[in-house]
Design a protein around this ligand. Sequence first.
Ligand SMILES: NC(=O)C1=CN([C@@H]2O[C@H](COP(=O)(O)OP(=O)(O)OC[C@H]3O[C@@H](n4cnc5c(N)ncnc54)[C@H](O)[C@@H]3O)[C@@H](O)[C@H]2O)[C@@H](O)CC1
Ligand SMILES: Nc1ncnc2c1ncn2[C@@H]1O[C@H](COP(=O)(O)OP(=O)(O)OP(=O)(O)O)[C@@H](O)[C@H]1O
Ligand SMILES: [Mg+2]
Length: 394
Amino acid sequence: MYNAEQGEATMSLSMGACPHAWQHQLQHRGRMWAASPAFRRQLFLLRSLAPTCADGGRASSSSLRPHAMSAAAGPVYEADAEAVVRRITPPLDRARHKGQAGKIAIIGGCREYTGAPYFAAISALKVGADLSHVFCTKDAATVIKSYSPELIVHPILEESYSVRDDERESVSSSILTEVIKWVERFDCIVVGPGLGRDSFLMDCVSNIMRHARQANIPIVVDGDGLFLITNNIGLVEDNSLAILTPNVYEYKRLVQKILNCEVNEENASEQLTALCQKIGGVTIMKKGKADVISDGKKVTQVSTFGSPRRCGGQGDILSGSVAVFSSWARHFLLSNEQPKETSVNPMVLGCIAGSLLLRKAAALAFEKNKRSTVTTDIIEFLGQSLEDICPAGR
Ligand SMILES: NC(=O)C1=CN([C@@H]2O[C@H](COP(=O)(O)OP(=O)(O)OC[C@H]3O[C@@H](n4cnc5c(N)ncnc54)[C@H](O)[C@@H]3O)[C@@H](O)[C@H]2O)[C@@H](O)CC1
Ligand SMILES: Nc1ncnc2c1ncn2[C@@H]1O[C@H](COP(=O)(O)OP(=O)(O)OP(=O)(O)O)[C@@H](O)[C@H]1O
Ligand SMILES: [Mg+2]
């Protein structure tokens, strides 16, 4: 592992400035990684967890799978999260242009919540995305813009109180038209931070999700987005580009609604596997003391200690970070030939990397601010945390 890392560092320094330098470098690094002990170890970590479910969790049907609690779920292994971050983070290359490191959009922000979409969007930028957009209600937009000039804010969503009944259809279709102009440019969209639960807004966002799916845009569903999909699971069913990031209450609601039972901590990994399989295709990161991640085939976790402070907003940092890392992971895996037997899921890698980075940043913020640590303090340490794992000059 150490030798492979050294080889990679030497190669980064010798890069020229040809237009495709970044891709070549990534491909070369990928081939080296594929042959490296670090890669094989990571594969082992990911693959050795695989429960061998009869249909691989992908039985065909647009309806929900039969409850698959009997699927054998292996033990939960700790991910080698630092190795994942190091591998999927693209090198900084002078030949790259704006946008190549990621364009992320957050769909969220309403009258009540302006912090959550801001936290998610700014975290995406601080992790390393080039552009971060927020699609929110008109009331929330000016507030979010005032937090940061870095964000591109679209005040296009509407809540029921601002739309007459006879205008609903036309307003809904003009919202969709406006979003469609943008959606295909994004590497990933995050639906839910600070979205609220207004019924008209939920209908409009459902249309946006359907469109994003048709366009094959990866999607992270968090916060109120989870409330939406829990009651309309077809929005994510069988979507292998969807990541759900429930907290303990959101997970409980999902389990009750989809598996029709209560959360069972003694059988936690089997239950998580079953939930993924029943929805079909999605990756779920169940947040908590450890962040436990499954795509219905493998269960892995990140339990690096972060901070004892449970201030609101840490999940928002996570959703923005996961959006960036999963885009990088997809790009990395697409740009590199993988050994035939490999079936690493980029969505899982994105979750692992996002979880580790948040936890490291939370630990540094807590060291400095102790009890007064708030989400903004944690965001300030995202850069240093990534630098510690993966120096910009490598
Ligand atoms: N500064 C901000 O603007 C923030 C906004 N947020 C947004 O706030 C919205 C609501 O998210 P929440 O996570 O607060 O979700 P909920 O409204 O579901 O939960 C609110 C709180 O109620 C309690 N609760 C919920 N369900 C419970 C249950 N079954 N049993 C016991 N207690 C329960 C928990 O303390 C929970 O944190 C989301 O859009 C989210 O993104 C949060 O992200 C936090 C920060
Ligand atoms: N009990 C815990 N011990 C240690 N870390 C935790 C614990 N619970 C959550 N975390 C950390 O906080 C992150 C966010 O999880 P949390 O449950 O607070 O999400 P959330 O409720 O969606 O947050 P938000 O307030 O942004 O909506 C997790 O990824 C994890 O790193
Ligand atoms: Mg949340």
